[in-house]
Design a protein around this ligand. Structure first.
Ligand SMILES: CC(C)(COP(=O)(O)OP(=O)(O)OC[C@H]1O[C@@H](n2cnc3c(N)ncnc32)[C@H](O)[C@@H]1OP(=O)(O)O)[C@@H](O)C(=O)NCCC(=O)NCCS
Length: 187
């Protein structure tokens, strides 16, 4: 399988943004393997190892390339040192007749959580998902993931469902998966 990501270019990117909570400047950009791969893979590895927010038991570089950065992936880098501290991707939630619904996944480095990046990612999803052709958004969130739930609700997603005991998480055991939805159009 060819895992080389297509690099999509968008007017206005890279863009610098000051985080209101800390005053730090971050660069918002599309994923560029030469700048972002190593830092992002380390974040991904730590998240998977924690076993509380993604489905994988273990991971490796090939899987990361296939599942996280192969399609429409956007990153945040610290302006000061170019370190990549978080990313999200957008993919169709399902193929064919459901492909107008976008599904996003986010990861933020553990040392840079709770400073607004996860919420900012959802603001960017609101801008870039329509440009990529999506008409609505769906997110699957484990019921123990308070930060993800808080940011989804704050950014206007609505919980539309719950799959009881859908996953088995490290430290939590059997856990519900919540389904969040947001329409991006008025029709
Ligand atoms: C989920 C995640 C992306 C959120 O990113 P983040 O940068 O920390 O998000 P933000 O800083 O924008 O916001 C976090 C919010 O959650 C709130 N929060 C954090 N922990 C919380 C908790 N235990 N209970 C309630 N709210 C909590 C914070 O107070 C903050 O809300 P505020 O903006 O009103 O203060 C990040 O925690 C992460 O990468 N987690 C590991 C991977 C993951 O879970 N991805 C999502 C899978 S669905």
């Amino acid at each position: 399988m060819n895992t080389k990501p297509e690099i999509q270019n968008f007017d206005g990117l890279p863009q610098s943004i000051v985080l209101p909570k800390t005053g730090q400047t971050v660069i918002f950009d599309v994923y560029r393997p030469d700048k972002d791969f190593q830092d992002l893979y380390e974040i991904w590895w730590e998240v998977i190892d924690k076993g509380q927010s993604y489905l994988q038991y273990t991971t490796n570089e090939q899987e990361f390339q296939e599942v996280f950065v192969s399609k429409s992936c956007f990153v945040f880098r610290l302006m000061d040192n170019n370190k990549t501290i978080g990313a999200f991707h957008l993919k169709p939630s399902a193929p064919g007749r459901a492909s107008h619904t976008g599904c996003y996944e986010r990861i933020v480095h553990k040392d840079y959580r709770n400073i607004g990046l996860g919420g900012l990612m959802l603001d960017m999803v609101d801008i870039y998902a329509p440009l990529l052709g999506y008409k609505s958004l769906i997110a699957y969130v484990f019921a123990t993931n308070d930060a993800s739930i808080a940011t989804n609700l704050k950014k206007g997603l609505v919980q539309t469902g719950c799959i009881p005991r859908a996953v088995y998480l490290k430290a939590f055991g059997f856990t519900d998966t919540l389904i969040f939805h947001k329409s991006l159009t008025n029709d």
